[in-house]
Design a protein around this ligand. Structure first.
Ligand code: ATP
Length: 235
């Protein structure tokens, strides 16, 4: 579904990604883990069309999308839930969700998409008329994910969805991500909560200093001593 190869990206003269390659198969849930500053957000932003690649290729559903204009990525079926959620806090939950379905194809299915989002996150049903900024952190993250789903993506990109959430809420969030994937959406998840991400992902990549340093089945990676030591606090 998604093939990233030889990707390089930078901020001005400062390189952030060096020769990064990654694959997400149709229906897969794949995670990318790594320490702060490893380049995970940069990678996911390049895949969403929000940051330009300096070199390398992005191929989505068999077509090269590397040089497409950023607004075309959404029309192609890729949606991102950005780090920090980026909601319009003064607008209602329903208005925030509706923003995800502004393209004609998605707009035609807005009612059905909203019903799906509310089935996934029932807590939002009572909050549709509330300003998004009045919601708890966990509920705001639900709105951010819901907004992305309203565009009916075939590939959902999630940047640190568990950041800043209480541990009990984090569990629900990961379960919802697994449900989204089970309902047929491919997912690429960037996380610092390595233990949880590795539990729900089938395959995983480990990034350090702008490079992929390990990849494999998540179950195998969590059993590697170097991963346990660096990311799981185990000796
Ligand atoms: P975090 O979890 O902290 O977001 P990350 O793995 O997502 O980390 P990136 O945010 O992609 O990492 O950062 C990769 C590198 O690019 C870092 O060295 C960072 O300092 C740098 N960087 C990120 N954003 C910018 C920016 N807007 N301008 C300049 N440098 C940036």
């Amino acid at each position: 579904m998604l093939d990233v190869s030889g990707l390089q990206a930078s901020y001005g003269a400062a390189p952030a990604l060096w020769d990064v390659s990654l694959h997400v198969g149709r229906g897969e849930l794949v995670c990318v883990v790594g320490p702060n500053g490893a380049g995970k957000s940069t990678l996911i932003n390049v895949i969403a069309g929000l940051h330009r690649a300096r070199a390398g290729r992005l191929v989505f559903e068999g077509e090269e999308i590397t040089r497409l204009a950023s607004h075309r990525f959404c029309a192609r079926g890729i949606a991102i839930v950005p780090e920090g959620r980026r909601l319009f806090t003064g607008m209602t939950v329903e208005e925030n969700l509706a923003l995800g379905s502004f393209l004609p194809q998605a707009r035609a299915q807005r009612a059905a998409s909203l019903a799906q989002v509310l089935a996934l996150f029932p807590a939002l049903a009572q909050k549709l008329a509330s300003p998004a900024g009045a919601l708890s952190g966990g509920q705001q993250q639900m709105v951010a994910i819901g907004r992305a789903l309203m565009s009916r993506p075939r590939l959902l990109l999630l940047d640190e969805p568990s950041l800043g959430l209480a541990p009990t809420v984090v569990l629900d969030m990961f379960q919802a991500i697994r449900d989204i994937n089970r309902q047929g959406t491919s997912v690429l998840l960037v996380e610092q909560n390595v233990a949880m991400a590795m539990q729900i992902a089938r395959r995983a990549y480990v990034m350090e200093e702008g490079r992929m340093v390990a990849e494999g089945l998540a179950q195998d990676l969590v059993n590697r001593p170097e991963i346990q030591k660096a990311y799981l606090g185990l000796e």
